[in-house]
Design a protein around this ligand. Sequence first.
Ligand SMILES: C[S@@+](CC[C@H](N)C(=O)[O-])C[C@H]1O[C@@H](n2cnc3c(N)ncnc32)[C@H](O)[C@@H]1O
Length: 376
Amino acid sequence: MVKHRESRPGQKSAGGLGAKPRRDISGKPPAKPAHASRPAKPSPRHGERVTEPRDAATASAAPERPLIARTGERPTERVPAILESLGAGDFHLIDSGNGLKLEQYGPYRIVRPEAQALWPPSLAAHVWDNADAIFTGDTDEDGMGRWRFPREALGETWPLQLLGVDFLGRFTAFRHVGVFPEQIVHWAWMKEQVEAAKRPLKVLNLFGYTGVASLVAAAAGAEVTHVDASKKAIGWARENQALGRMEKLPIRWICEDAMKFILREERRGNKYDIILTDPPKFGRGPNGEVWHLFEHLPLMLDICREILSPKALGLVLTAYSIRASFYSIHELMRETMRGAGGVVESGELVIREAGLDGRTPGRALSTSLFSRWVPK
Ligand SMILES: C[S@@+](CC[C@H](N)C(=O)[O-])C[C@H]1O[C@@H](n2cnc3c(N)ncnc32)[C@H](O)[C@@H]1O
């Protein structure tokens, strides 16, 4: 594939999505930031969302390159695409309301904050009060808090299954439970692609967290590369792999800054058939590299496009808790995929309430935005 690395007049810099203009579009690595001699900040604990860097100049620790000037038609579009799930495996959303959601994760009913649930709950208060675990604490999405177990004290982890893959649910300090089950619609799509392919597909899972998507892909027959900055999250992903006795499956677990990793893959000419990327709003690589979605997403997608194989089957982006419309990531994806043909479909991932029995459809709860390029 021909790469156009030179800066051209009118070429967009690697900013975008309303980001401040970049300081350097020359293609040279940015000048050493003032803080470079300071010891690197420790990488975040698993699932930890770091706070926005006070000085935006700290946001460019990884070596970068300018965006490639894309020509050709933008892929056709399918919007709005609402990918909805009524739960699967051991998970369903029971009820929501009053800024909370009541979910079933295997044997446990769990109450967690949910800012999107503006309506009143459907079920009686005693059902909510009888939950097995309730997260209390910072109402901010990224805030720390603690778990309360009204019925009996529970251990930190418990076994769960989704799409035939075993993994551990986990009460973390950041309201997360070790899995983002609304992503199951993407994972089911990916599983289908992998199973239908007549060759072992290469799947790259960026910001892979506890590895559920990586395990689903590998179990379906893919060769998987899983990248996450948190040693702890990689440890949990490996625990999940061991739990399902999937140690022999071809998964490379890589603890690295996602941007650094894909830049290196691009230099080396390594390619992937499916890329999943689920970046947080802010994050840090293991050496203090700062990830800032609004600043780095255009370049991340640009590089992802370059490392898609000629027979690629998809590039899937999910974005949580950002102040943006799905059109922001939709149009960015279409610009990035100019000349590649195919379709870009974008919208929201929603979970529908399924009641106590897991089978009674109720209201739709929006969880995140997504944009997905597929070749047809
Ligand atoms: C929102 S979670 C991803 C969820 C996962 N895809 C899933 O659906 O289960 C964000 C993950 O990004 C990781 N992360 C944050 N900053 C990173 C960086 N600069 N490079 C790589 N991973 C990073 C965190 O350690 C965390 O595991």
